[in-house]
Design a protein around this ligand. Sequence first.
Ligand SMILES: [Zn+2]
Length: 176
Amino acid sequence: MSRTLVLNATYQPMNFVSVKRALLLVLRDRAEIVEQHVSARLHSVDQEFPYPIVIRLVTYVRIPRRMRSVITNKILFARDDHTCQYCGRPEHGLKKSERLTREHVIPMSRGGLTRWDNVTTACSSCNLKKADRLLSEVGIRILSRPFEPKYIALVLLQQCSEEVQRKYIHAYSPSR
Ligand SMILES: [Zn+2]
């Protein structure tokens, strides 16, 4: 069962709710539908309703301040769209013998820290190739500069069930 992404009035992604709850918010004029299923519909006894994928609240709701988040591979890979930031191949494009890894842009052996702005997603092949060297020494370019993501955006990305929802969450990822 997929869930509906709720955006604040400012289009900032907030949370996921059940599709039924989302529809109720819409029917009560608390929210409007931003994206809906092309074919699927919701049904009551005698009525048909659109199937909301993304809704937007009509009134702005204050959300909690940004929280510091620990680095886990799950969140790191989500931040980098499950794509190797060196060769650009997505996880599903890797060979069977390869996998995504956490990679220190400035290697730890060279004083690099395990911080959001120094870790990136790399496939095992690129990670092996780069080893304990700096990007300039290997001649590799990094596709996106590492950044500390907004906690809320990361949590939401992990719960994403529809591709179209990612678009709205990514739009709010900072410093891209
Ligand atoms: Zn790679």
